[in-house]
Design a protein around this ligand. Sequence first.
Ligand SMILES: *Cc1c(COP(=O)(O)O)cnc(C)c1O
Length: 289
Amino acid sequence: MFEKIYSPVQKLELNPFNNLFVKRDDLIDPYISGNKWRKLKYILLSAQKEHKSHLITFGGAYSNHLVSTAAAASRCGLKSTAFVRGEPVKNEMLMLCSLFGMKLIFIDRESYKNKKHLFEKYFGDDDQAFFIDEGGASLEATIGCAEIIDELPEHYDHIFCAAGTGTTAAGLLKGIQNQNLKTKLHIIPVLKGGSFIRDEIERYTPLSKHLHLHLDYHFGGYAKTTSELIEFIKLFTAKTGLLIDPVYTAKMFYSIIDLQKQGVIGSNDKILAIHTGGLLGMLGMKDKF
Ligand SMILES: *Cc1c(COP(=O)(O)O)cnc(C)c1O
């Protein structure tokens, strides 16, 4: 399932940009979406190599990673179980996880912090169990994400990407370094206090001058939003026909427009935005629209 891939680069007609493009990783798959597909690719290959048939992972109740893991597991004929942070709840995302056959174990926030311990406690004697960290954060994930750079048809002055854990950012940086590109990599942490992303990236690849972190586009923090961001999403989607989500990609596109206004990037610069997918996550904020 990881051989074929459809992720074209499309030009986006948006004033005042003359060279704004989008890498449509959101089109790879509706459920194993965007960067989660990239991250799972080599993780699942590792699991298969080790002959493990049961994926164990972790996430919040609206996690794109959980839906992706559940969908990928079912398509590969694997079992999946997730530790879900917090009180037992029902929602659209967890419904999809269940449909794909994922078993859900709700776990209080304190116990959730020690993931290795949970894995040992529940699955220590299941020799089929395979640990996948929250969000798929791993070296394998960075290798999958670096492939985004290998697929690009031409050179860009700037590449933009949203960051949660920073794993995708690390992969992109690795890809840029491997190919010796001059591209500037602009990373938009969607959490408040996102400077930790720098250390996270450095766990996987040396920091280099390519990397530009923009810490002021979190709109209050992870999964937080403002009426300004919601209005931005409505205008942007109506104008471009491209769906973006309030947790990740909207914050990235907002930053591109804002940094152009500030003169940090030029309207004639060649810019590539990575659409990391995750549109189902929008359902967690449906009351805001
Ligand atoms: C998970 C996710 C991210 C963040 O990826 P990290 O590798 O954790 O930084 C970005 N965009 C979307 C749509 C996501 O679902």
